[in-house]
Design a protein around this ligand. Structure first.
Ligand code: ADP
Ligand code: MG
Length: 500
């Protein structure tokens, strides 16, 4: 149910559009339909008295009630309608007029109602009254024994027809309500359909299903990212900044005794957030006091220099081509980590990244630094990242929540598996916080005694913040080692609340 509501909330545009279309269609139909008006007159049938005794009166009454049942048939007969057409000068045949006239005996009474439905309000009343008058004449003459004797039946108009103020059809309120409900139903169906046809990776379950990998981090969309792309102390979006700390923590759990030192960040397509993720992960590691260096291995569309406001003139390619030493081209970013930008763009990035020279560069960096973070180009387009992965201890695949499709993510991970890359897991980037609990992202230093914490965690089922316990490592469905972080011990990215 909750999932259904969040789906609707997310796809509200589809629902609103369908409702508006439904209402608009109903309004259009209402305005296009010819309105019709109903006027009704009521007649009372009495038997002219044949005596004064109570018995005679009761007999007359019974006769009238029975008689009344057969009168309605007369109302739309040509005998009645022909004179009406002549009187009112109508341009219709008696058969056509009969369609508009409806007569019925009101059950258990001696009343007859004559209803006329016509496109004109005034004419509907006129016809109803003319039909009533003619009906009375015909009925009274029918029961007469001969021309001169008085009719035993007396019919009187008790309620003459008046022109109705509003049309009986179409009724705008009903039409609009039908349009609204139909639109709503279609909208909900459309939203559900789009959700089922949605091929994008939405949450950790989709990641697991598409790749067999776990989710190492969930990074929310940061609307201020242009002003502040890399976190610094006192970042304005604390939830966003915290998500990189959680990523850092989860990475350290991959192997607590021997944490991966060369971390490569890649993704299926360009724009997934590889560069932003790599830079923030590096900044977050540097904040803990680790000597961290960020290396730009995207030699096709380098963007680190711009992102970190560093010089783009020298960098990785200068070192690999032997034109400069690492020390010469290493720059220091404001966030506290060292950076090797791309340098001059080379004609042959793949060869360069696969060269012994590049491997030596990374090996050398490990002597001066604790952590090396490598930013790479997208996997689906070029092989650079797969080539580079041989120097990595852990490969992190960034995936845009509701952006990257499952086939693209699967292809990217397969390309990495094909070269036996040490896959660590996925970072879900640009996650919308709507529909998820904000609390799950907030940082909560936990200093309460262990026992009480355990009780709270059992009671509320909120995953506990990080402790120092090690994660289990189990082989993923894809055959590669996928880290499985224990919900009780790691402040692993939250799972969707689902109510089934
Ligand atoms: N969590 C986020 N919130 C908001 N914008 C983001 C986020 N992650 C990435 N972006 C934006 O997406 C764009 C692409 O990011 P980038 O790291 O350059 O992608 P890649 O390196 O994978 O091509 C950038 O404009 C960046 O600001
Ligand atoms: Mg990039």
């Amino acid at each position: 149910m909750l999932e259904f509501l969040t789906t609707l909330a997310r796809r509200w545009r589809v629902v609103v559009t369908a409702v508006l279309l439904g209402v608009a269609a109903a309004a259009l139909a209402t305005s296009q339909l010819t309105p019709s008006y109903r006027a009704e007159s009521q007649l009372f049938v009495a038997l002219a008295s044949t005596g004064d005794s109570a018995d005679a009166l009761a007999q007359g009454e019974l006769f009238a009630v029975n008689r009344v049942k057969s009168y309605p048939v007369i109302a739309d007969s040509p005998q009645v309608l022909e004179p009406v057409i002549a009187d009112l000068g109508l341009d219709v045949s008696p058969e056509e007029l009969a369609e508009e006239v409806e007569a019925e005996a009101v059950p258990q009474t001696v009343l007859i109602s004559i209803t006329v439905t016509d496109p004109s309000a005034a004419r509907s009343a006129e016809i109803a009254n003319a039909v009533s008058a003619q009906f009375i004449e015909v009925v009274e003459s029918l029961d007469r024994v001969d021309e001169d004797s008085p009719s035993p039946v007396k019919v009187t108009v008790v309620r003459p027809a008046v022109a109705p103020a509003s049309a009986s059809f179409p009724v705008p309120a009903i039409n609009l309500a039908v349009g609204l409900l139909a639109g709503l139903a279609l909208g909900i169906a459309g939203a559900a359909l789009r959700e089922t046809l949605d091929q994008t990776v939405r949450d950790e379950d989709d990641v697991e299903q598409a790749t067999g990998l776990g989710t190492l981090g969930v990074v929310p969309t940061n609307t201020h990212i242009d002003a502040e792309p890399v976190l610094a102390a006192g970042a304005s979006d604390v939830v966003w900044a915290e998500s990189y700390r959680k990523l850092r923590t989860n990475l350290s759990y991959l192997d607590p005794d021997d944490p991966p030192r060369v971390l490569m960040v890649t993704s299926a397509l360009s724009g997934d957030g590889k560069t932003v993720t790599a830079a923030n992960l590096a900044a977050s590691l540097a904040q803990t006091g680790l000597r961290t260096i960020l290396v730009e291995a995207d030699l096709r569309r380098p963007s680190l220099a711009g992102l970190l406001e560093l010089s783009p003139d020298v960098g990785v390619t200068s070192v690999v081509s032997g034109k400069a030493s690492v020390a010469d081209v290493t720059q220091r970013a404001a966030s506290g980590m060292d950076v090797l930008t791309c340098g001059p763009i080379p004609p042959n990035p793949s060869e360069l990244l696969g060269s012994r020279s590049f491997k030596r560069l990374v090996a050398g960096l490990l002597e001066t630094h604790d952590r090396v973070i490598i930013d790479t180009p997208p996997l689906v387009a070029v092989t650079d990242a797969a080539v580079t992965s041989v120097v990595a201890d852990a490969v992190i695949v960034v995936c845009t929540s509701r952006g990257t499709t499952r086939p693209d993510l699967r292809r990217a991970v397969e390309a990495l598996r094909a070269v036996d890359a040490p896959l660590a897991g996925v970072v879900l980037n640009q996650v919308s916080l709507a529909g998820r609990s904000y609390r799950q992202y907030t940082y909560e230093p936990d200093e309460r005694p262990r026992a009480r914490r355990d009780k709270r965690d059992r009671d509320t089922r909120v995953p506990a913040p990080a402790t120092s316990a090690a994660p289990r490592r189990t082989p993923g469905p894809g055959g590669a080692d996928a880290p499985v972080l224990d919900d009780e011990t790691a402040d692993h990215a939250p799972r969707h609340a689902s109510s089934g």
